[in-house]
Design a protein around this ligand. Structure first.
Ligand code: DI6
Ligand code: FE
Length: 397
């Protein structure tokens, strides 16, 4: 199939956005066979079945590389609590926060978890998302952690979207292990990880390194298990304070360190050395009314790839729009529209360790988003406007 009369934001090469005016893309099955200026089209491609894109913009399919989109219930009540003056930490210490979603997620069966998650996933798909990361971490017992990961895998079967799963057993200490975080790690988290991995449910291992969650020493135990299983790691690090999680993640060659509001130049140096992607999550920053900004200038200075994600979760980021995250990253953090688009395409792929997508070039997976806009900056510029014309996942519209 030949797509022609398009502007390509290929997201690689010298030009800003990898922009190709009057471009064309040739697809073969699930794969991009050729992409470039229409004038350079190889002869045989001209005979293919063709689709006139009437000047529209084509980007790689969007990648949401950090979500907790599978969960029971919602936390509108805590939204109200915070508006009545409670802080995020106070809500968590009062037994609310993550733990209240754990209760709801334990109660829910797979069918209802899937139904609720799909309603959110469909909002992302409607904005051109073709690859989605989903974390566990609201089970915090072996059975429910496995249940969440199974539901995540189901999403990839029920919708034309690639799902990558991250095991997040070290998300919070469940009430039954209150003040026994070490015991929780050894008795629940590590055995759950082994079991989930044995069932093929784990693509990466994540953790929450924070005072209200787990210390670097505890996260190290989880990462050592991940390494022994041959699984890549990533980490919620430096979100509310600087505990050294980012440097720990870099030491383990993490795919990404996420949040990073309290990261410093030393952390950025370690990330650069390990080629760890910085995942910026403006939805959590905004929802928590955080004032400390992630050190974007340091990440730029060190040449660190920056990804953007929704962090879709019922507590700190009830978000189902990746385009809104692009807008917020620009307006709140002064990222450029080009950095924002890279954050939800090429660098999102890197944060998941995927080398077959996130850019438009021969050999990449045919995951594309076709937009009713003239210039890619429009994608980050507008607020609450979805200009998606068509989405292609593995070559299928
Ligand atoms: N950091 C976050 O922002 C979310 N998880 C995490 O580790 C919050 C999850 C929640 O509040 O339910
Ligand atoms: Fe998160």
């Amino acid at each position: 199939m030949l797509l022609y009369n398009a502007t390509l934001a290929a997201m690689h090469g010298e030009a800003p956005y990898g922009l190709v005016r009057n471009g064309a893309v040739v697809l073969e099955g699930e794969t991009i066979k050729w992409a470039g200026p229409a004038a350079d089209l190889p002869g045989p491609a001209k005979n293919a079945e063709s689709m006139d894109l009437e000047g529209r913009l084509v980007t790689p399919g969007l990648i949401d590389c950090h979500t907790h989109i599978v969960h029971g219930g919602n936390r509108a009540n805590e939204f109200e609590m915070r508006l009545n003056g409670a802080s995020y930490e106070e809500v968590a210490r009062a037994g609310g926060g993550i733990v209240s979603t754990v209760t709801e997620t334990r109660k829910a069966d797979e069918k209802s978890l899937l139904k609720d998650a799909l309603a959110r996933v469909d909002r992302l798909i409607a904005e051109g998302v073709t690859t989605l990361e989903v974390k566990s971490g609201y089970g915090l017992d072996i059975e429910t952690e496995l249940k969440m990961l199974k539901v995540a895998r189901q999403i990839g079967r029920q919708r034309a979207i690639t799902v990558k799963t991250s095991f997040l057993g070290a998300h919070a200490v469940p009430p039954e292990y209150s003040a026994q975080a070490d015991a929780y790690i050894s008795e629940v988290c590590l055995p759950a990880l082994e079991k989930a991995n044995a069932q093929g449910l784990v693509d990466a291992v994540d953790g929450f390194c924070e005072k209200i969650a787990f210390s670097p020493a505890q996260i190290r135990k989880v990462f050592e298990k991940a390494a022994s299983l041959g699984l890549p790691v990533k980490l919620h690090a430096e979100q509310l304070s600087n505990l050294g999680g980012t440097r720990l993640a870099a030491e383990f060659g993490a795919l990404s360190a996420d949040h990073l509001e309290y990261a410093n130049d030393e952390d950025a140096t370690a990330m650069a050395k390990a080629a760890t992607v910085a995942v910026i999550l403006p939805g959590a920053y905004y929802t928590l009314r955080e004032t400390r900004q992630p050190p974007i200038a340091a990440f730029r200075h060190h040449g660190i790839a920056m990804a953007l994600a929704t962090d879709s979760n019922p507590g700190s980021s009830p978000v189902t729009s990746l385009l809104l995250m692009a807008n917020m990253a620009c307006t709140l953090f002064r990222m450029t529209p080009q950095e924002a688009l890279a954050g939800i395409t090429s660098n999102g792929a890197k944060a998941l360790g995927l080398i077959d997508r996130g850019i438009i070039r021969a050999g990449a997976r045919a995951d594309l988003a076709i937009w009713d806009v003239e210039h890619p900056a429009e994608l980050a510029y507008r607020i609450g406007f979805n200009p998606l014309h068509k989405r292609m996942s593995g070559g299928v519209v």
